[in-house]
Design a protein. Structure first.
Length: 93
């Protein structure tokens, strides 16, 4: 259990970065918030998968990883909505 939490926190750094890449436009959010929201997304995504009965068969577990990215992207969007920031989609002509 503790190994899963530590793995989720470490993976949160990568998941937060991938979640930001998946979102359109440029987000005005710092590295610390990206890391924290990515870690939270990773933990929540792993919890959702295992609560729904997912059992990994050894090796890298792709399903919780992908769900973690989706949850982290949602958390980043929620953070930006609370802070009153939108994604920047400025197009230069």
């Amino acid at each position: 259990m503790i190994g899963t939490i530590i793995g989720a926190l470490i993976g949160g750094i990568f998941i937060g970065a991938l979640a930001r890449l998946a979102l359109p436009g440029k987000q005005k959010i710092g590295f610390l918030w990206t890391m924290l929201l990515g870690a939270a997304g990773s933990i929540i995504g792993s919890w959702i998968c295992y609560a729904l009965g997912y059992e990994g068969n050894g090796g890298f577990r792709w399903i919780p990883f992908i769900v973690g990215i989706a949850v982290a992207a949602g958390l980043i969007l929620a953070y930006m909505a609370i802070k009153g920031q939108g994604t920047r989609t400025d197009v230069k002509k």
